[in-house]
Design a protein around this ligand. Structure first.
Ligand code: AHM
Ligand code: MG
Length: 336
């Protein structure tokens, strides 16, 4: 019986990555080791998020992060866990975290060839009400691990080797691309293992949903305003699109990936570069979208071709179904 066979032959995330690795005979398993440390971080955060109310972990830790926002205890905890897990993997040399103003250069004795840029717990305004939050990460390889500089992380997203996110929601889902399509794994709490549940994710070519913080509408530029107006009052007689906005990038992008549609965090008069950070929000999500057959655009260019000048640079982003992003590209081309 096929369903039975699936249950006894478990494709864990480690097994999946080892299988992929066999396509690269020169590989020595470093990426698999790195990933297993990221997975450990995700499992820790999943457990902490689940018992946040119980353990009284919720509340201010009395610090502010580099963007000057109040930091919640869970953010601090998640960041510490990821930094320690990544350093102790012995496979990293530079880490960029949303929670640390400066890049972290790993002690030479523990250095490996990977750079990891991550947001350990994104969507923190959603923690207190139990709405989905997530971890986002992007991975690069350094040129020379004995001679590491900031240039090794200030690279265009097209140089990324792998990217992913973990969503702490009604279930805990890790979505990963190593540059060969996108796969989704769900944490089986009884096993403590991520099991392949969403093989080879492809985003629908066109969607019926748009996702944006419409409260910022009065400050939008022309193309964004026009796009959203067309979602509500289609000019071609098609039905209006649905609006879904959680305010947690991982959750909004995850829904977009599975159901199709478009996620927008545009520039506006108050924030000319939008809100989302290039290295650990825009790039990883854009990489996943492209790998799933969608697109990511900044209003000016392909998002992955941005060249960040600083660690915490921001960029507007429009990402999702191929045809939906084509529409916004056409509006920018004709209106600006
Ligand atoms: P954060 O890093 O402070 O959590 O902010 C990032 C979050 C994203 O998850 C989400 O897409 C966005 O902020 C929502 O912003 P807004 O509240 O302006 O709509
Ligand atoms: Mg964040």
């Amino acid at each position: 019986h096929a369903a039975e066979a699936q249950r006894t032959d478990l494709m864990t995330i480690t097994r999946h990555v080892l299988n992929e690795q066999s396509r690269h005979p020169e590989s020595r398993g470093d990426f698999t080791i790195l990933l297993s440390h990221i997975v450990l971080g995700c499992k820790f955060v999943a457990a902490a998020v689940n018992k946040a109310g119980l353990a009284k972990l919720i509340g201010l830790a009395g610090e502010t992060n580099v963007q000057g926002e109040e930091q919640k205890k869970l953010d601090v905890l998640s960041n510490e866990v990821f930094v320690k897990a990544l350093v102790s993997s012995g496979r990293t040399c530079v880490l960029v975290s949303e929670e640390n103003e400066e890049a972290i250069f790993v002690d030479p004795a523990l250095r490996g060839k990977y750079c990891v840029c991550f947001d350990p717990l994104d969507g923190s305004s959603n923690i207190d009400c139990g709405v989905s939050i997530g971890t986002i990460f992007g991975i690069y390889m350094v040129k020379d691990k004995d001679n590491v500089t900031l240039e090794d992380v200030l690279q265009p997203g097209t140089n990324m080797l792998a990217a992913g996110y973990c969503m702490y929601g009604s279930s805990c889902t890790l979505v990963l691309s190593t540059g060969n399509g996108v796969n989704g794994f769900t944490l089986d709490p009884s096993l403590g293992e991520f099991i392949l549940t969403h093989p080879n994710i492809k985003i629908p070519r066109k969607g019926k949903i748009y996702s944006v913080n419409e409260g910022n509408a009065k400050n939008w530029d022309g193309p964004t305003a026009k796009f959203v107006e067309k979602c509500k009052y289609p000019e071609d007689g098609s039905p209006p699109r649905s609006l879904r906005y959680i305010g947690s990038m991982v959750a909004d992008v995850h829904r977009t990936l599975l159901y199709g549609g478009i996620f927008l965090y545009p520039a506006d008069q108050k924030s000319p570069n939008g809100k989302l950070r290039v290295l650990y929000e825009v790039f990883p999500m854009s990489f996943l979208m492209e790998q799933a057959g969608g697109q990511a655009f900044t209003g000016k260019q392909r998002a992955l071709e941005l060249a960040p000048a600083k660690l915490h640079d921001r960029s507007p982003v429009f990402l999702g179904s191929y045809d939906d992003v084509e529409e916004i590209k056409a509006l920018y081309a004709s209106m600006s």
